[in-house]
Design a protein around this ligand. Structure first.
Ligand SMILES: [Zn+2]
Length: 55
């Protein structure tokens, strides 16, 4: 299982008892399960998605 990290301060996240979200130990930011899933997906597929660069 991947280590959960806060994308704001890079602190470690502790899963809430309900299992639906995780809280950052450092800044207290609450991350929903859905948000964590998106983050894990981002970390997984790096450098392969180059579809839309509109900067
Ligand atoms: Zn944090």
């Amino acid at each position: 299982m991947a280590l959960l990290k806060c994308d704001i301060c890079d602190g470690s996240l502790t899963m809430e008892v309900d299992g639906e979200s995780a809280k950052c130990d450092v800044c207290g930011m609450k991350h929903t399960k859905e948000r964590l899933r998106v983050k894990l997906k981002e970390a997984d597929g790096d450098s392969s998605d180059n579809s839309s660069s509109s900067f």
